[in-house]
Ligand binder design. Sequence first.
Ligand code: CAA
Ligand code: NAD
Length: 311
Amino acid sequence: MATQFIRKMSTGAHLGQIQRVMILGGGSMGSGIAQVAAVKGNDVTIVDTDDKILSKSKAAIEKSLKRVAAKKFKGDSEKSDRFLAESLARITTDTDAVKAVKDADLVVEAIVENLEIKQLVYKKLDEEAPEKTIFASNTSSLSIQDLAKSTKREDRFGGLHFFNPVPVMKLVEVIKAPGTSQQTFDILFKWSESLGKTAVSCKDTPGFLVNRLLVPYMIEAVRLHERGHGSLQDIDTAMRLGCGYPMGPIELIDYVGVDICKAVTEVYQKAMPGNPLFDSSPSVDKLVEDGKLGIKTGEGFYKYGAKGQKL
Ligand code: CAA
Ligand code: NAD
């Protein structure tokens, strides 16, 4: 069945032609991915659970586009306004995923980092999406194959791991799961490059390349503090000034989302049990329990003002 489809697809009109993109989840990552796709001429629909979130998502995109335009057009307000208007005009929003998926060439999913929830959503979307539609997950750590298995399109399923903030970070990890066809992988790789990003090829291993190194480092920074070896501020300052990193590890946890870091750590614990590198951190667990998820909720390890500035 899958082989038949690939043969059909290789002669079809859709090979490599990603034009209509559905972004599932309009949070930090979904908004950023929608933005960069729209800037490069894709027709984008962002789907989230309610209109209030979608309004916030569009406002965040507009704010970010203004920053990009200020840099790109340096005071040329006519060009800047046109860039903003044209990019925004390519973005629509919807709360109905089933409707939005009907004409999508590509679905990029960026919802909560939870295997069961993602699988449920994929199962439903798979029943409604056209055969041609490629599914890609922006998961930080979950197995792409485990997600793909909830659909009947394992060959048209891969990973596209973008980095936060998407308009600034230049990398996309493109993940080829065992079931991902070479053709799908090539399309995803090419599409990432068409957004102006550098793509790297990754195997379907927990955390892929970046997060396998980055998340244990961030959580170890918290454990360092828990052991009384340094204040949060001093650990951040040490890594910023001692290593030239743009943010310290604790600041970065708040930026990424404390909940995301906890979820990623739990994936590692399950996949590689007993490795102390992936031990939980009581402070991380407590913050998540209290709903203090970082900049997005106004408080994590640090407190933030309405514009996301550290207080
Ligand atoms: N949209 C558009 N432009 C933005 C932006 C946004 N959301 N955020 C920042 N920028 C631009 C600014 O306009 C500014 O441009 P100029 O230098 O041309 O003026 C530039 O980026 C720097 O921004 P700021 O001056 O406001 O602030 P900064 O110098 O502190 O940089 C930062 C902010 C880019 C976020 C920087 O601190 C940084 O790189 N931090 C580390 C981010 C990181 O490591 N991300 C990866 C996280 S891990 C991940 O994403 C994977 C996962 O699965 C968890
Ligand atoms: P977020 O909490 O900012 O946004 C998630 C959004 O998904 C929310 O707006 C939520 O309402 C929406 N959502 C949840 N269930 C939904 C459903 N069934 N249908 C439609 N929308 C739904 O999260 P985020 O930081 O954008 O992360 C999203 C994904 O991207 C996660 O898998 C995460 O691991 C991954 N990721 C995060 C980062 C990061 O730095 N935050 C970086 C790379 C990858």
